[in-house]
Design a protein around this ligand. Structure first.
Ligand SMILES: Cc1ncc(COP(=O)(O)O)c(C=O)c1O
Length: 224
């Protein structure tokens, strides 16, 4: 017996949601397609957004390779970064951007010789305590990353833990920690996930990283 439940995804709505996220935030937006586009089908969603999205973001290298295999040419940011040197080589060959959220990943980049140069996103843990370098180490790690021959550019990023709670002071604290940790360092910044795009103007920087709102949900609890 087949199950009666069926989910249909309106790809025009997906495009409109992405455009809304990008316009509300300003600057550029990497559409987050991790976890098979939150269960909606990463390749289908990437194809639907191909002409529009500045970049895509996935969690792992394998997800990025599946998009490349499907012919997706946009920049793809790997949010968990490299787990080993093989991931670095795959990033070089497939033009993937890599988050660097721990010193070990920086060491791998320091040991890389030759091949294409990689766009790195240095993730600072401003208070989520899940991944990211400690704020008081960000400056020193940025300097080391900047000295890597195979690093093409550095974007500074952080992830918000409670932006879906309007008025929660933790978000302003995170923004202040991120500012202090990165003050004076050159390069683009990226802070806002969907909740940051929708509810925290102070979190808007050069790049947004909207996920859930691209699929039509408002993380603050109301349907969009
Ligand atoms: C680093 C990072 N940025 C952005 C997002 C997208 O978040 P949201 O779905 O809340 O927009 C995620 C999702 O987990 C993430 O891990």
């Amino acid at each position: 017996m087949s199950r009666p439940a069926l989910a249909t995804l309106d790809l025009a709505a997906l495009r409109a949601n992405y455009a809304y996220a990008r316009a509300s935030h300003g600057g550029k937006a990497a559409a987050v397609l991790k976890a098979n586009a939150y269960g909606h089908g990463a390749v289908e969603c990437a194809r639907a957004l191909e002409g529009e999205a500045d970049a895509f973001a996935v969690a792992f290298t394998e997800e990025a390779l599946a998009l490349r295999a499907a012919g997706i040419g946009q920049p793809i940011l790997v949010l968990e970064g490299a787990f080993g040197m093989d991931d670095l080589e795959l990033a070089q060959k497939n033009d993937l951007w890599l988050v660097v959220h721990q010193e070990e990943q920086l060491r791998m980049l320091e040991s890389l010789r030759g091949g294409a140069r990689i766009h790195a996103w240095l993730k600072v843990d401003s208070g989520m305590h899940r991944a990211g370098v400690a704020p008081d180490q960000a400056r020193a790690l940025w300097q080391r990353l900047n000295a890597c021959a195979q690093v093409a550019s550095i974007t500074l990023m952080t992830h918000l833990a409670s932006a879906d709670e309007p008025g929660n002071p933790a978000t302003d604290r995170q923004l202040a920690v991120f500012e202090a940790a990165t003050d004076g360092l050159p390069g683009p910044r990226s802070v806002a996930n969907s909740a940051g795009v929708l509810g925290w103007r102070g979190a808007h920087r050069d790049w947004a990283r909207p996920g859930i709102m691209v699929y039509g949900a408002d993380p603050r609890g109301t349907a969009s």
